[in-house]
Ligand binder design. Structure first.
Ligand code: PEP
Ligand code: MG
Length: 875
């Protein structure tokens, strides 16, 4: 049986997204529900995968199917490829399963050659239009398909404009464009060593191959990694009859949304340009008009347009992002998709669609990307500081949030300076897909040109980065590296601030603040909480973080890293003294200093949690993070300890480890120095007794022993805790309930979890270490070589960011099963970084963990991801 690799739009439907890509599936769906869509066909994602598997070659089987569909397209349109009276012209566009804006390449006006262009000129009675289309096509084909530098063509356009003394492309006439066509062909011949292909079939096949190749271009790969899109999906290619928005004043093109993608406000929103092609709107070269103007310009078309927009929104039950073209008074929809939107808009739309009866709460929960919530938790300007600031310019509010940083003039510069820890704002005339890494690195993005649908705006919204676009009021000199605004010059040493919600630009530093969860956000999150089964806790080590976590909806603390309580300048000395003590006596002196600090922190945390559960982990410091290294630090510590500098320096050298991450840390520290565990257990229990007495909260501390690999070491440390707790309770004359459990972060612990569970009342999966130990990748060093693994497609994702469900996940499943076999009611959670990653959270839901724990800022994300996991996989 032969595989079907090509589908006419009339043969597909919306459910075939995996095979036809999002764009292809929606074009098919629109065709079938009677929306005016230009005819076309889709070459499947499987054809893309096969093309790459076959060593970047397109098989005869696929070619035959393309030609067969082309013949059907010619029949449906009554036009023919390369015809001298009625030529067929097509667009060739990529379309993956999920949309990747600006990431892949598009070719328009394909099918033009020396014969077809004359026919088009006659047919439209518009030679200027015909030759303009032709020169655009040669340019695009040469650049996108053949990799010839764009600049070579642009230079020729500039030359001819200069010669004629005109400013705009639109001022060139048919003869000028004809001259350009022949000059462009010469460039092609010179660069490629062969004539420009006049045969439209060759043009088509080469273009399809180029789209397939673009799936593997560096910016597509970066975008995929950023958005968790697997490389194996491939992209489909859509071949569609061209309709022209640049045929004169009754033609036009637009990009429209069924609701406002920045705010979520109900009502059609978008931009259009008469006498223009789609790229003119998207590239932001000419400034488009708001779509409502079309109502005045052509009420009949507008009404038809409005009806279709409403039909599409109801059909897809979501906000739609559509491309339209009007060709000589006839309206076409070139594509529709669920629109990208800001987090604010996503929440408003989800809540509104439930209130309008279009969606159930469960369906609405799936409409917001968990990672998007992040942007809402990001700073806004401090109101008092903002009051005193005056904007130096105003652009379009392209992506909300507030950002402040020094000016960077290129994506590379932004990337480099951000890597050195500097906050930067990327300032550009306009951005292009090559800029993606700089856009990720920058705190905010400011562009001079472009509308709400320009590249910078779309990509920034997708990433949740603050962006002000189309800010024509500033002058950027990329060569001199200056920004001129309001009569003043700013350089890379100057800070500016952007307000992506209003479009204001400020020539100074403005303090930012973290927002609260209110309005639609709060309503939406309350639905997520109703639905989810998985609890969400936070990793927090200070009363301040604990407060923040509770504010973001944490139901307790899943990991309090006690060693983090000692990073502060005034405390580290005591810890260093504890670590470098030569004997028990010296250590006890240090511990006596630490005990009251620990106790007061625990009191603060218990109070912030108001009785919610809290897991406190015993000290787990990789020694190298705490040891003094500078002579100065060693000297002052030696003074404090009343020993000589030399003596202490030699102790520090003795403590040096070759592999500190696998060294003297975790419970190994408590095994060698039980007095440390004793001090910590005392602080935990005493603080709980005090807060319970003073505030009446029922605190049940969960004491967690880290880095356990063997039941006997767990038992040893647990005995120290139990003895100490007993002693404290006797001293205070009260009883207090508490729990002792362990982290599972060493493969041996997972494999022997049935034994470990006999002593542990709970497990918390420390997937940072478990990943490190399972892969044998050092947590500290892996980043240095992992990029080579991504480039070579050995791994697509950082296993420290997204749980490796196959390997590390298997160990977790084994531990859950074995743990339950000896302690059926064992309480289970995760506290590694993966506890804040949506796909990892879904995994935790599916294997039946009780909770996930993540950093406070990821708590809302985790609440939503847990609800989505429940909707997708009922538990
Ligand atoms: C872990 O290993 O996953 C963990 C949470 O502990 P830490 O990151 O402190 O080693
Ligand atoms: Mg760990």
């Amino acid at each position: 049986m032969t595989n079907k690799y090509v589908y006419l739009f009339s043969e597909g439907n919306a459910s075939m997204r995996n095979l036809l890509g999002g764009k292809g599936a929606n074009l098919a769906e629109m065709t079938n529900i009677g929306i005016p869509v230009p005819h076309g066909f889709t070459v499947t994602t499987e054809a893309c995968t096969k093309y790459h598997e076959d060593g970047q070659s397109i098989s005869k089987e696929i070619l035959d199917q393309i030609y067969e569909s082309l013949a059907k397209l010619e029949e449906a349109t009554g036009k023919k490829f390369g015809d001298n009276t009625n030529p067929l012209l097509v667009s060739v566009r990529s379309g993956a399963r999920v949309s990747m804006p600006g990431m892949m390449d598009t070719i328009l006006n394909l099918g033009l050659n020396d014969i077809a262009v004359e026919a088009l000129a006659k047919l439209t009675n518009n030679p200027r239009f015909a030759y303009d289309s032709y020169r655009r096509f040669i340019q695009m084909f040469s650049d996108v398909v053949m990799g010839i530098e764009k600049r070579l063509f642009e230079n020729k356009i500039d030359e001819i404009k200069e010669k004629k003394g005109v400013e705009f492309d639109t001022e060139l006439n048919a003869d000028d464009l004809k001259t350009l066509v022949s000059q462009f062909k010469e460039i092609y011949k010179k660069e490629k060593g062969e004539e420009f292909p006049e045969n439209p079939k060759v043009q088509l096949v080469e273009s399809i191959k180029a789209v397939f190749r673009s799936w593997e271009n560096p910016r597509a790969i970066v975008y995929r990694r950023l958005n968790d899109i697997p490389g194996e999906w491939g992209t489909a290619v859509n071949v569609q009859q061209m309709v022209f928005g640049n045929k004169g004043e009754t033609s036009g093109t637009g990009v429209v949304f069924s609701r406002n993608p920045a705010t979520g406000e109900k009502g059609i929103y978008g931009e259009y340009l008469m006498n223009a092609q789609g790229e003119d709107v998207v590239a932001g070269i000419r400034t488009p008009l708001p779509i409502l103007k079309l109502r005045e310009q052509d009420p009949v078309i507008y009404e038809q347009f409005e009806n279709i927009v409403n039909t599409l929104e109801k059909h897809y039950k979501d906000m739609q992002d559509m491309e339209i073209t009007i060709e000589e008074g006839k309206l076409y929809f070139l594509q529709t998709r669920n629109g990208k939107r800001t987090a604010q808009a996503a929440l408003k739309i989800a809540v509104d669609l439930v209130e309008e009866g279009m969606l159930t709460k469960e369906e609405a929960i799936l409409k917001v990307e968990p990672k998007q919530l992040d942007t809402l938790l990001h700073p806004t300007f401090y109101t008092e500081d903002l009051k005193n600031a005056t904007p130096i310019a105003k652009g379009l509010p392209a992506s909300p949030g507030a950002a402040c940083g020094k000016i960077a003039f290129s994506a590379d510069e932004a990337k480099e300076r951000a890597a050195l820890g500097e906050d930067v704002i990327l300032v550009r005339l306009e951005t292009s897909p090559e800029d993606i890494e700089g856009m990720i690195a920058a705190k905010g993005i400011l562009t001079v040109r472009g509308g709400m649908t320009s590249h910078a705006a779309v990509v920034a919204r997708g990433m949740g980065a603050c962006c002000v676009a189309g800010c024509g009021a500033i002058k950027v000199d990329e060569e001199k590296r200056t920004v001129e605004a309001n009569g003043k010059i700013y350089t890379s040493d100057d800070s500016i601030s952007l307000d992506g919600t209003t479009g204001n630009v400020y020539g100074e530093k403005i303090k930012t603040v973290t927002p609260e969860i209110l309005g639609h956000f709060a309503t939406f999150m309350s639905w997520a909480d109703e639905i989810r089964k998985l609890k969400v806790r936070a990793n927090a080590d200070s009363p301040r973080d604990a407060h923040q976590a509770v504010e973001f909806g944490a139901e307790g603390i899943g990991l309090c890293r006690t060693e983090h309580m000692f990073f502060a300048e005034d405390r580290i000395m005591a810890v260093r003294q504890m670590i470098t003590s030569k004997d028990l006596e010296q250590r006890k002196v240090a511990l006596a200093k630490i005990l009251p600090m620990q106790k007061s922190d625990f009191i603060g945390i218990y109070e912030a949690l108001e009785g919610k559960p809290v897991t406190i982990r015993l000290l787990d410091p990789p020694l190298h993070e705490f040891l003094p290294s500078a002579d100065e630090d060693i000297k002052s510590l030696a003074n404090e300890m009343r020993i000589t500098f030399e003596e202490l320096k030699s102790t520090v050298q003795d403590l040096h480890e070759f592999n500190p991450m696998m060294g003297h840390r975790g419970c190994r520290l408590a095994v060698t120095y039980p007095e440390i565990a004793e001090m910590q257990a005392r602080a935990i229990i005493e603080a709980a007794i005090e807060v319970k007495k003073d505030k009446g909260y029922n605190i049940i501390p969960e004491i967690m022993i880290p880095l356990v690999g063997e039941i006997k070491e767990l038992k040893y440390v647990k005995d120290v805790i139990v003895d100490t707790a007993k002693k404290v309770m006797e001293e205070k004359g009260v009883t207090l309930e508490y729990k002792v459990g362990t982290m599972i972060e060493i493969p041996r612990a997972a494999l022997t979890a049935d034994e470990i569970a006999k002593e542990a009342e709970f497990f918390s999966f420390g997937t940072n270490d478990l990943t490190q130990m399972t892969f044998g990748f050092s947590r500290d060093d892996a980043a240095k070589f992992l990029s080579a693994y991504y480039d070579k497609k050995i791994y697509e994702q950082d296993p420290f960011g997204k749980l490796d469900q196959t390997g590390v996940g298997s160990l977790i499943k084994i531990a859950v099963e074995k743990g339950k076999s000896t302690r059926p009611d064992i309480h289970l959670g995760i506290c590694g970084e993966h506890g804040g990653d949506p796909s990892s959270i879904e995994f935790c839901h599916n294997i039946g963990l009780n909770y996930v724990s993540c950093s406070p800022f990821r708590v809302p994300l985790a609440r939503l991801a847990a609800a989505q996991a429940q909707v997708k996989n009922k538990r």
